[in-house]
Design a protein around this ligand. Structure first.
Ligand code: MG
Length: 271
């Protein structure tokens, strides 16, 4: 074969190869499909924006905290309370040691400096070992959404108490579906997805909802928020805006926390 012929043959082979590859490529979307009801997008719409890419975090182990997803707002990374304040605005007096945060009894609740709207919140906690006290006096703390709706933190391992007060209850409103508690001294996790109520003229225009996974087990399944958390009283209607802080409770017990992060969802959140 002459060199020129060889070059032509090679070029042809390359062009045919590229064509074959093109023919094998699956479509990345469609422009001729029906439009979804109530939507501007077609089924499998080629023009529909692809979701942003997030690098997932790593899971915690019994001894080592995991890492948050790449787009999370880190609220506690084991070293700093910069994201928090005491309720009176002063720096919080809770103790940081060996990568965890511990409630200092009598120093008061701590509150995030930033407000959040509807969000995904990850919190890890450990109740004291050996346990002390019983019922609500054993390993009590709490995660308050919007600063007023409590997802209860309690040592609920072999510790009878009222159902709507045990770990991962919406306190005073909704017991968890199951008791997924680990023993005292072991790290546990809450993954909470919530949306706040919307108000109009002093009334709830659209209710808020909370979903909780306790140690990976769903314990609140889109539970409706009835009102601000109360003790021995009905939940109370408190009108508030679309954002509020996260609050952690000082109930006088030395609960430890680690690896706390939040992923704001929707337009009511800070950019
Ligand atoms: Mg509590």
């Amino acid at each position: 074969m002459k060199p020129q012929t060889a070059i032509i043959a090679l070029g042809l082979a390359a062009a045919l190869g590229a064509l074959a590859q093109q023919a094998q490529q699956a479509p990345t979307g469609y422009t001729d499909t029906p439009t979804l009801p109530g939507s501007n997008w077609r089924v499998h719409d080629e023009a529909r924006p692809r979701p942003p890419v997030v690098t997932p975090g790593t899971c915690s182990t019994a001894t080592v905290p995991g890492s948050p997803p790449s787009d999370a707002v880190v609220l506690f990374d084991g070293t700093s309370l910069a994201a928090w304040r005491a309720e009176n605005g002063a720096p919080p007096k809770w103790k940081i040691q060996d990568g965890y945060l511990e409630v200092v009894a009598g120093s008061g609740d701590i509150v995030t400096r930033q407000d959040f709207g509807d969000s995904q919140l990850h919190v890890e906690f450990r109740t004291p070992s050996p346990p002390k006290g019983n019922s609500q006096e054993r390993g009590n703390s709490g995660v308050f959404l919007f600063g007023i709706y409590e997802v209860q933190v309690l040592d609920s391992f072999n510790n009878p108490t009222y159902a709507d007060g045990q770990a991962s209850a919406i306190y005073g409103q909704s017991p968890p579906l199951v008791n997924a508690s680990r023993p005292p001294g072991e790290w546990q996790s809450y993954d909470i997805v919530y949306s706040g109520p919307r108000f109009k003229e002093g009334k709830v225009a659209a209710p808020g909802y909370v979903t909780v996974f306790h140690n990976g087990v769903i314990t609140q399944n889109h539970t409706q928020i009835l009102g601000a958390t109360k003790h021995r009283a009905l939940p109370m209607l408190i009108e508030h805006g679309p954002r509020g802080p996260i609050k952690l409770q000082d109930h006088g017990n030395p609960i430890r926390f680690r690896n706390i992060w939040i992923r704001p969802l929707g337009s009511d959140n800070p950019a």
